[in-house]
Design a protein around this ligand. Sequence first.
Ligand code: GLY
Length: 282
Amino acid sequence: MVIHGGVGSLEGDPQRRITVHETLTLFLMESYPILCDYDAWTAAVHCTRLLEDDPNFNAGTGSKLQKDGQVRMSASLMDGRKNSFSAVINIENVRNPIEIAEKLSHEKHKVIAGDEANEYARKKGVKYFDPITPQRRREYEEKSTGQSGTVGVVALDKAGNIVAATSTGGMGYELPGRVSDSATVAGNYATKKAGLSCTGIGEHIVDMGVAVRVVSQVENGMPLNETVKKILKEAAQFRYKLGLVALDYLGNIEIGKTIDELFYAKHDSKSVTTFYSCQAFD
Ligand code: GLY
C-alpha cells in the first residue's frame, strides 16, 4: 500500500516535514490492517477519508479556496479488477468527497460535477459540512496557494485487486469551476496490472495523461519502474511539475516526481518507508 499527501516546497519549515511524516505513517499503519482483513477498496477509501479529515492536506477539511472564495473538491476511485472508475468533480460542502465517489461507483452514471453533485450528495443523505479552515481562509486572503497538496492511496490486496483513490481541493485561487486532474483517469487509474495516483499541477498531469499512460504501458509488458522513469523524463522535458505513487500486481511500489518534494509513505508488508525516513515495524 502506498499513500501520498501531495507535493510542496518545504524550505524554511522543517517541522512541517516531521508532522507530515508522522501523520502519513500513522494513517498508513491504521489502514494497512484494513487492507489485510478486508480488501484494497475498503482500505483505500478508509485511508483517503483519514487524509481528507486532516486539515494539513488539501482535500476535504483544509481544501483550498478558488478565486471566488468557494471550496470545490474533487475525488475519484478506480477498482482495477472491475475496471470501474467513479468520480465527483467540484463538489461543495461535504466532509469526504471520496465517499461521494464511492456512492457513485454503484450508479449507472459514475462521474458527476458541480451543482448536480451537490444535489446528489444531499439526496443520498450526506450532511452539510464547511471544509474551510482558518489557515486556508488566511492563504486565500493573501492570494497564496499555500504549501499543502492533494492526497492519494494505491493498494493491492491479497486477492490481487488494485484500487487507486485520489482527492483534492485543487490548486488554490484558481478560476472558479476549474477541473483538476484528480477526478480524471490522467490523475487516478488502476487495472489488474497496476494502479497510480498523481499530485502536482493538474493541467500538466492531464496534458500527459500520466496515470492511464503508465498503467497502459505496464499492461503492455513494460516493468513499472521503467514506465515511471520514462514518463518522468518526458514530464521533465516539458518542465511539468508532478509527483506520483504507483504499484503493480507483483507488489512493486514506485514513487516518482519532477518537483522538490513528494510527501509519501509506503508499506511493503514488512516495513513502512516515508519521504522522510525508513522505519521497520512488525
Ligand atoms: N493535482 C491537483 C490539481 O491540480 O488540482
